[in-house]
Design a protein around this ligand. Structure first.
Ligand code: NAG
Ligand code: NAG
Length: 410
């Protein structure tokens, strides 16, 4: 059995992102409630033959065997189970980038960033594991690339590991659209679930930590990716519908909504499933609009904070103190992804201990993302501001010395 993470590090084709940004935002203002939130004003095109994802021949499902790494990202596991990534779960930057383009329609900017970040923070600079141990994969990467308040996976401190999938969380999500004939786990549903999961971490995980990059960007992506990547696109619904069967297939779930079984890492791409159109690739600016959509109803998502060692003690950390005045809380709320990426850029040298020359590829993908979004840099971060967060230093995966005194679900 292997570990799972929160980062759907999947990757792909880049569309001209900026004109779309505005249309995504406009669509939100006009969207009716219940089920239609956050759809684009102009539906994307649909091309069945280009968007059908093969699950046969060399891409047939093969469950992982001994020695195959699998982790907490359902999308990465599914790609390895179907041969879009190496079956052993260890892939190069180019393989991650290519696979996420081929399978999910991720934007090249997001794909490259997620792949390179993994290689630098959790790998050997060129490749990394979708499971793995500390510094060799995302399973050993809590608070570096994996985070608390994941949709379906566990908070590390609360459960003693970060890859298990508490049935209560799966039931909760499934029951948000309990009628299987009409269910669609779209962004509106996920926005509500996201807020619920945040509040659960506050009330159940004494060491809940919502960090500048892992919380505000990675854990948010874990929610938006569910609909944006797993939804089945069609000519009737080119932006996609995510029904119960498709959601369960990607997450390796079976059973009823109230009595869910989880088969570990047997995540499957459903047969007859259609990905995003290449002109509708999910880019970093597109992701930003989704994060802003989430925070419309739950502004706390756009700030750093933690519990102080006891549940229900969540307090925010001053972003101004954390960035030595580079960002105000209002600036962070206006563009949380700029803040998260600039924080990552400033943090990575001390986080990894690597010389600047070896950080070049990551600096390069980060700077193309932040210049596209016109972000304000952070010259130096003040990590002392995070000392109030005991969860901040909780690091590592299943083999790390963590989670003593973890509280168990009731
Ligand atoms: C995706 O949608 C198409 C068109 O409605 C349908 O034929 C196909 O079965 C769907 N795929 C899945 C996996 O539900
Ligand atoms: C944590 O916060 C609570 C409530 O604000 C406070 O009573 C408690 O003293 C704090 N504990 C620590 C260790 O700071």
């Amino acid at each position: 059995m292997t570990r799972l993470a929160v980062v759907a590090a999947c990757l792909a084709g880049y569309a001209a992102a900026f004109p779309r940004l505005e249309s995504h935002l406009l669509s939100r203002a006009a969207a009716p409630p219940q089920g239609a939130g956050a759809l684009p004003v102009t539906p994307p095109p649909f091309d069945a033959s280009a968007q059908l994802v093969s699950t046969s021949g060399q891409y047939a499902f093969v469950p992982p065997g001994p020695g195959d790494a699998r982790g907490e990202c359902p999308g990465l596991n599914a790609m390895a189970n179907h041969g879009y990534l190496p079956h052993n779960g260890y892939a190069t930057i180019a393989q991650f980038t290519e696979a996420c383009q081929t399978v999910f329609g991720m934007g090249a900017d997001l794909a490259a960033f997620l792949a390179v970040y993994g290689a630098v923070v959790d790998g050997d600079l060129t490749a990394w594991s979708i499971g793995g141990l500390p510094h060799t994969g995302i399973g050993g990467s809590h608070n570096d690339y994996e985070a608390d308040s994941s949709p379906l996976h566990a908070d590390l401190y609360q459960y003693g590991n970060l890859y298990t999938l508490p049935k209560s969380q799966a039931s909760q999500l499934l029951n948000m659209q309990s009628d299987a004939s009409t269910a669609n786990y779209n962004l509106e549903v996920l926005r509500e679930f996201r807020a619920t999961r945040f509040q659960q971490s506050v009330s159940e995980n004494p060491k809940f930590f919502y960090g500048p990059f892992t919380g505000m960007a990675v854990s948010q992506a874990a929610f938006t990716f569910i609909y944006r990547f797993m939804a089945n696109k069609s000519s009737e619904a080119p932006e996609g519908i995510l029904n119960q069967d498709v959601l369960k297939s990607f997450y390796a779930l079976s059973g009823t909504n109230d009595d869910v079984s989880w088969s570990g890492c047997h995540n499957r791409i459903p047969d007859n499933w259609y990905k995003r159109n290449t002109v509708d690739a999910y880019t970093i600016p597109y992701f930003l609009t989704d994060v802003l959509y989430f925070s419309e109803t739950f502004p706390q998502l756009n700030g750093v904070g933690c519990n102080n060692g006891s549940v229900n003690t969540y307090d925010t950390i001053s972003v101004s103190t954390l960035t030595n005045g580079a960002y105000t809380a209002a600036e962070v709320a206006a563009n949380p992804i700029c803040f998260a990426l600039e924080y990552a850029a400033a943090d990575v040298p001390s986080l990894t201990g690597l010389p600047t020359a070896e950080l070049g590829p990551l600096a390069s993908v980060l700077s193309s993302a932040t210049s596209e979004l016109k972000c304000k840099p952070i010259a130096a971060i003040n990590k002392g501001a995070l000392e109030a967060c005991p969860g901040f230093t909780l690091y590592g995966g299943p083999t790390a010395p963590v989670a003593k005194g973890a509280i168990q679900p009731s």
